[in-house]
Write a protein of this length. Sequence first.
Length: 187
Amino acid sequence: MAIAFFWSLEMDDSSKFEYLYSKYKNYLLYKSYQILGDYALAEDAVSEAYIRIYKNLRKINLDDAGRTIAFLAIIAKNESLTLLSKRKNVLFSELEEFNSADSYDLEGNALSDAVADDMMKVICTLKEELKQPFLLSYAYDMSHKEIASVLGITENNATVRIHRAKKKIAQLLKKGGLIDEKGNQGK
């Protein structure tokens, strides 16, 4: 605790950024590579993520490592998904496991490029309190207990937020005509 207190008092922005970069770069690169499946793209995503991280340094409290890694992981995840949505020839594979409460089952359904782009747009419209647990669950395969710990909420709250996110995504997909009332792909 004394070390973390020292960091928060003595560290200027450039030192804080260097610390975050050296400590988490490889982890973020690994996670981006899991999403993108291409090392060069993963490097691009992490570079973009660190630009966003630098712009948000004041939001990062080094005293809470769990929240710090969650914040960094969400930024890297979002940058990776943005890169993924820009690549028309890449399937949106990490969302194939998504199975909404409203019976839309992406398992076994390969998403078309247009649907993958639309899916990304839908996920980005979610409120942060729903988007973060959803992405941590489906992109990073974290358990509800791990998500609760990272976000500083109860396990039950994490479960509820993920359920609400899935339900909202299904509603938005139906509203946008991406799926029909039975959960079949509309486009």
